[in-house]
Design a protein around this ligand. Structure first.
Ligand code: PMV
Length: 314
């Protein structure tokens, strides 16, 4: 038995939070940063070992409630395939930082589900796997839009609108993105809850912000399809300002965004749930080094570059 499966990280280019309220958002996979699952024979029933979380999860599929996301993933796969737990240990490890806006939870669950299917010699169509990971996402996020699982399972750039068929985005040029981690993990669930509280208390004002985000996402799609980096950068800056007003930025994120812009980035914004986690900066190739240095000097815990392009996938 030599089974290894994986799934990528993701970034949201534009539209997070508003996507929960039915607005579009654009997300792309980061294929160079991944979660992995490996299958080993065992004699103790199905076990899931997570190196990063330092835990071993025995999977009891008859348990009445399963609030552990890994055990829930396994149970949903077994139910879907009408299969009994195989005698294997599935070892998970992930290069994706946890709770930082890069989709680590959905990626780990996707790699796990694929490994369990492979151990059972079965396959789940991607649409079914996507629906299953969405169920698991609810454990992490409460009311997820579904964008994370979709971009991670399909590993394609997506223009995502909740409860609508998935649309892929055509990439019309090369876009260089510098991704920087504030080093502060943050709960997406509490950021989403915070926006919900604001929405309930100042409905009209917040609705106007969400509408503005929805409009700029539609424009961003055009920029991506036409390969217009400068114009996309401007829209990212506008998006960050609107996210600040939704109270999901943080002093660290704002400091790093400013550092990237001062160093010549076309645009920069938080990506994902916010209040910590990662930001993305869109740069010209000749300013990448300067922006990376500036972000490091401004305190980023980790900085790396990825290219969203016609040839290279992120
Ligand atoms: O923090 P992340 O990477 O899981 O991104 C969540 C994106 C939100 O729009 C904030 C929530 C959602 O479910 O779409």
């Amino acid at each position: 038995m030599n089974i290894q499966t994986s799934a990528p990280a993701k970034i949201i280019l534009v539209g997070e939070h508003a996507v929960v309220y039915g607005k579009p958002a654009i997300a792309v996979p980061v294929s160079s940063l991944r979660a992995y699952a490996e299958v080993e024979p065992s004699s103790g029933g199905l076990q899931i070992a997570s190196a990063d979380l330092d835990e071993m999860v025995p999977v009891d599929i008859s348990a009445a409630t399963i609030d552990n996301a890994l055990a829930l993933t396994a149970r949903l796969v077994l139910q879907k395939l009408a299969a009994s737990p195989p005698e294997v240990t599935i070892r998970l490890h992930s290069d994706i930082p946890i709770a930082s806006g890069l989709g680590s939870g959905a990626a780990v669950s996707t790699a796990l589900a694929r490994a369990l299917c492979a151990a059972l010699n079965a396959a789940l169509p991607e649409a079914e796997l996507n629906a299953l990971i969405y169920e698991v996402e609810k454990v992490y996020h409460g009311t997820p839009s579904g964008i994370d699982n979709t971009v991670i399972v399909y590993e394609h750039p997506v223009y995502f609108v909740r409860q609508q068929p998935i649309q892929t985005v055509v990439i019309g040029g090369d876009f260089m993105l510098v991704i920087a981690d504030t080093g502060r993990s943050a709960s997406t669930r509490s950021a989403v809850d915070g926006v919900r509280a604001l929405y309930d208390s100042r409905h009209e004002q917040v609705q106007a912000l969400l509408d503005d985000i929805g409009e700029l996402v539609a424009q961003a799609r055009g920029c991506i399809e036409r390969g217009q980096a400068q114009a996309l950068g401007d829209l990212m800056n506008r998006n960050h300002a609107l996210l600040q007003q939704l109270t999901v930025s943080s002093p660290e994120l704002d400091r790093l965004v400013k550092a990237a812009l001062d160093a010549g980035a076309f645009g920069a914004k938080l990506s994902g749930g916010g209040r910590g986690g990662n930001l993305i900066a869109l740069v010209a190739p000749d300013s990448e080094g300067k922006v990376t240095d500036a972000l490091t000097r401004a305190g980023a815990a980790r900085v790396f570059t990825t290219i969203l392009g016609r040839r290279a996938r992120c």
